[in-house]
Design a protein around this ligand. Structure first.
Ligand SMILES: Nc1ncnc2c1ncn2[C@@H]1O[C@H](COP(=O)(O)OP(=O)(O)OP(=O)(O)O)[C@@H](O)[C@H]1O
Length: 519
């Protein structure tokens, strides 16, 4: 047994609305280990980490860090004690340089001024020490997601963090970037740092972590060493039943052309071209996966199809009809559903109830009206069925969505968009932050939709998901179609990564030949 660096003992947290998110939770982390914190959506992982980091207060329990009782009430105080958090949504200032972000609030001074040269050198030295290669002088706004994450890690290290909390750090990375991150985490471990790694990905946890603690329903289910444990054991531990995370799907039977994207170009408000002459078709009965590092035009593509953005030029045809002049409501009525990537800002209205969010697109339908009024009984019944079918963890449909855990918010969006019975579903990161049980459920639903002859445009940064589900794969890099594989089985994860990073790019002829061969 090593030396215990962190002990959270009998932590209980009841939110003001009465939800008991942590019940008597105990977590013990050894110095120098990588410790996975796992559990279903709503199990209480984020709450426990927010308490540790000083974002939330606990109702009872004790925290000991390096043998001393930790009594902090804000992240600023916690970081001074040596505990840092690397957030999933980066908290960086795009217009500042890398080193400026890293030293923000703790700048070395030269008289009354910041000593920029010294700060930049300090960051360069740190980057070298931890093999986190990033140019201290680069503007953060110009960096890739993988590099921004390095800046976040350096920021936490610069503040003296001995214990780092990483919240689903690989969700946005390519396989190559994930491998690189893992090497860096192992190096941090060699330097004596301790890491708490929140993840839903069992494969990754088994690759990098030493021990796992599993929460379920706000309680600690137990801890176990990774060595000697199987994937099945871990998922059973988390969900309480066996989960099969691979899809049984029959060979595709492509039907008519459903979606045609023709020479789509889009310039954003900063006059940057985010889509460059994008063209492709999607057929009925097809799952077309779009692989790409985040920020390479995938979101703009989805938003142009769904009417959230107006393309600068080009066409979007659904069943031969041009969607470009239509607004979102009419596009929905034409049979398009959309699971947006950013569920908090676009997917849900947090202050509204679960039922309002689930029903927002169909409240005008006769089945939910009685006279001129809403038929609340009917609405509540329908809602309860969706809550049940999609296992949304809540008290009832009247609860505000903002009170749900991240994964459960995502389930609200997914439930609404699936139940709209679309012809075309645009699913942008549909399982991000979702636990293994719900992941299995959503994958099955996507395949069932495809088997009913609908079309699915699946955008995902999770290459495993793209490869498991897609019939065909399109890779986007820098706003362009970098590659198109009519048969997803003809390409490996590693190869996709090379196209995603811009190392390789198909010519139009190569793409044409592949498509012809597949016909
Ligand atoms: N601000 C809040 N107010 C009320 N209840 C909340 C709040 N935040 C979370 N909860 C509830 O606390 C419980 C635990 O949520 P938490 O976010 O800690 O889960 P989690 O394990 O991190 O889930 P996920 O994997 O979905 O991120 C859930 O039932 C959730 O609805």
């Amino acid at each position: 047994m090593g030396e215990e660096i962190l002990r959270m003992e009998n932590i209980t947290k009841i939110y003001p609305n009465g939800v008991m998110a942590n019940k008597d939770v105990t977590l013990s982390v050894q110095k120098g280990e990588i410790h996975a914190l796992m559990g279903e959506n709503g199990a209480g992982k984020s709450t426990l980490m927010k308490i540790l980091f000083g974002f939330e207060s606990k109702d009872s329990g004790e925290i000991y860090f390096e043998g001393k009782k930790l009594e902090t009430s804000s992240p600023a105080e916690t970081i001074k004690q040596g505990i840092g958090m690397v957030h999933q949504h980066f908290m960086l200032v795009d217009s500042l340089k890398v080193y400026e972000n890293i030293v923000l609030g703790m700048e070395p001074r030269k008289g009354p001024f910041t000593d920029g040269k010294k700060a930049s050198q300090m960051v360069a030295d740190m980057a070298k020490k931890y093999n986190l290669n990033v140019d201290p002088e680069a503007k953060v706004g110009t960096l890739s997601v993988g590099l921004k994450q390095k800046v976040e890690i350096l920021k936490v290290l610069a503040r003296g963090a001995k214990l780092l909390i990483l919240d689903e750090p690989t969700a946005v990375l390519t396989p190559q970037e994930t491998e690189e991150l893992f090497e860096q985490l192992l190096l941090l471990k060699q330097h004596g740092h301790t890491i708490i790694f929140i993840s839903h990905k069992i494969k990754e946890v088994r690759q990098i972590c030493d021990n796992i603690t599993v929460l379920r329903g706000g309680r600690t289910i137990g801890s176990m060493p990774v060595e000697g444990s199987t994937e099945e054991e871990i998922s059973r531990f988390m969900v309480g039943r066996d989960v099969v995370l691979n899809v049984q799907k029959s060979a595709p039977a492509f039907g008519d052309k459903l979606l045609e994207i023709q020479h789509l170009n889009y310039w954003n408000d900063e006059r940057r071209q985010k889509l460059k002459d994008v063209s492709f078709d999607l057929r009925r009965g097809q799952i077309l996966g779009v692989a790409g590092v985040e920020g390479n035009g995938q979101n703009e593509l989805a938003e142009c199809i769904f009417g959230l953005k107006k393309p600068s030029s080009g066409k979007v045809l659904l069943n031969g009809k041009d969607l470009s002049p239509l607004g979102i409501k009419d596009i929905r009525a034409s049979g398009v559903s959309y699971i947006p990537e950013d569920r908090i800002s676009t997917g849900v209205a947090g202050s509204l109830s679960i039922w309002e969010n689930l029903m927002s697109d169909r409240i005008d339908k006769p089945e939910f009206r009685r006279g001129g009024l809403l038929n609340l009984r009917q609405i509540r019944e329908k809602c309860a069925k969706l809550i049940d079918a999609f296992t949304i963890l809540c008290r009832n449909g009247d609860q505000a969505v903002s009170m749900l855990s991240g994964g459960n918010m995502q389930k609200v969006v997914v439930a609404r968009e699936f139940s709209a019975d679309p012809d075309l579903l645009i699913a942008n990161q549909p399982t991000r932050g979702i636990d293994v049980g719900a992941n299995e459920f959503i994958w099955k639903k996507l395949v069932a939709l495809r088997d009913q002859g609908r079309g699915i445009l699946l955008i995902s940064a999770d290459l495993n998901e793209v490869l498991e589900l897609s019939d065909s794969i399109l890779v986007m890099c820098d706003g362009e179609v970098a590659a198109y594989f009519p048969d997803s089985k003809a390409v490996t994860e590693r190869e996709l990564g090379l196209y995603m990073l811009g190392v390789k790019k198909q010519t139009a002829e190569e793409r044409g030949a592949l498509c012809e061969a597949a016909q």
